[in-house]
Ligand binder design. Structure first.
Ligand code: SF4
Length: 472
């Protein structure tokens, strides 16, 4: 364990994150006060634990740089993102661009201030330029985006961290759930009539658990109530191939959906079974081809690196199979299974693992190699990186990256990632974000996660949004 004592309650999160990045498999504990002054936090310290004392009486940047240089010397490691601990490292390049800084100025700033590697600086500048270009027609102040959450899925995947209910047990609730969404849509229609709706994203869950008529009902209601004439992108996540049918694709096309996701996560049947996705690779390929036949010319695919039992060879195989389908957009996520985590335990308990090799945090370099394989594959398909974020609370600071063909990048993905525009979110477990015009101020309000509670308290959910947008 790494124990760090600080005299004042300052920069705890940053210190913790930096230590965690250097010591991904160790517990890291930051204690405020003198040694021996905090019995609760000190009771299980052992002689093997490493203890450091840090002076926090300096600026945050100075502090982080000092810690970074010290730990780098101690461990012999350099971190690609230097001492940056936030989840949006590309934001720094974006902000500097907005201030009119040149490429070399951005380079030296990121190098000197945060010790970021040349490679990551180049990616940041590249992404920032692409984002600036994609967002140039978006009015941050007078525009808004809409998110609608459908919290039902065919089955629950083992690694799921979203709001998700198995549709089998909840199908009788769906129509009432849609009625609640309609009430929220009424709120949007009444309160955002003077704003421009730029993008719509129906996510989840799996929105394609809705039947074709339910898809028509939901989008039809939205079309009737809200002006969609300026919408630049309308995405429906059709993530699970086992939920996609030709009729649903037809319904989405008919209702004006422009972009969908058909997500393999992996092209290995064995892994799909293990992670509880209950669909096959063949089903994925069929669903993708069907979507192309129905005229969808902007299809995203999500993959996950570091799935239980997968090796670099599996990732290469997944990429080669995806190349045959030639999607327009590829999102590469990282999953690290920690020893002792719920996912790890579930796999072990179910004795599904056998001799399975589970990529662990101590094989972080495997994930890095997998990310290189995926990036190269995306490049081979003509897809370029357009957004990137790092995962919070995951040691090693793995990153998720979206790649897209020219003109096919998901605008909503950039907007939510860069937090430059308000997003009004409807449905159980969704979070509405109000971005104020100036000073980077952002306020949020959430809808309750439990689907029944959401439905019972729909009026309160609407009131929360009213309050958020009425406040000065
Ligand atoms: S499809 Fe997505 S939202 Fe649904 S259970 Fe799987 S990971 Fe969760």
């Amino acid at each position: 364990m790494q124990i760090i004592y600080i005299k004042e309650d300052k920069f705890q999160y940053d210190i913790h994150s930096l230590y965690k990045a250097f010591y991904p498999t160790s517990e890291v504990r930051v204690i405020v006060g003198e040694k021996g002054s905090n019995p609760d936090k000190e009771k299980d310290i052992s002689p093997d634990d490493e203890i450091s004392f840090i002076d926090v009486d300096k600026t945050k940047n100075e502090l982080k740089k000092d810690i970074y240089l010290d730990l780098s010397k101690k461990t012999g490691k350099n971190l690609p993102w230097g001492d940056l601990t936030g989840i949006r490292p590309t934001r720094i390049a974006m902000n500097l661009f907005e201030e009119g800084k040149s490429d070399p100025e951005i380079y030296y700033y990121m190098k000197d201030t945060y010790l970021v590697s040349d490679e990551k600086i180049a990616v940041s500048i590249d992404i920032a330029k692409r984002e600036r270009d994609i967002l140039k027609d978006i009015d941050y102040i007078n525009g808004y985006s809409l998110y609608i959450g459908i919290p039902f899925c065919p089955t629950t995947c083992l690694y799921c961290s979203f709001t998700s209910y198995p549709i089998g047990a909840y199908s009788s609730l769906v129509d009432d759930y849609l009625s609640c969404l309609e009430k929220e849509i009424d709120y949007v229609a009444e309160n955002f009539a003077d704003k421009t709706l730029d993008t719509i994203y129906i996510g989840g869950g799996t929105p394609t658990t809705l039947e074709p008529d339910q898809i028509r009902r939901l989008i039809g209601y939205l079309r009737d109530k809200v002006d969609l004439s300026k919408v630049k992108e309308f995405t429906v996540e059709s993530g699970r191939p086992d939920s996609i049918t030709r009729d649903k694709l037809k319904a989405m096309k008919e209702m004006g959906v422009t972009r969908i996701s058909v997500n393999p996560q992996t092209m290995s049947d064995e892994t799909l079974k293990l992670i509880g996705r209950r669909h096959t690779v063949a089903q994925l390929i069929d669903a993708f081809k069907m979507a192309r036949e129905e005229g969808f010319d902007n299809i995203n695919m999500d993959i996950i690196l570091g799935l239980p039992g997968e090796t670099k060879e599996d990732v290469s195989h997944t990429i080669e199979e995806i190349k045959k389908l030639d999607p327009d957009d590829l999102t590469v996520h990282c999953l690290a299974v920690k020893r002792g985590s719920k996912l790890f335990e579930v796999i072990r308990e179910k004795e599904l693992s056998g001799n399975l090799k589970i990529p662990m945090l101590d094989t972080m370099s495997d994930i890095e190699d997998m990310a290189v394989i995926a990036a190269k594959g995306a490049g081979d398909m003509g897809l370029k990186p357009y957004y990137l974020y790092r995962q919070k609370n995951i040691s090693g600071n793995f990153e998720n990256t979206g790649y897209a063909r020219e003109g096919k990048a998901g605008i909503y993905n950039i907007l939510i990632n860069e937090e430059v525009q308000s997003i009004v979110a409807l449905g159980a477990g969704t979070v509405t974000k109000r971005v104020y015009g100036t000073g980077g101020r952002i306020e949020r309000c959430d809808n309750v996660k439990d689907v029944k509670l959401y439905m019972d308290s729909i009026q309160e959910m609407i009131e929360r949004k009213k309050k958020l947008f009425e406040e000065e």
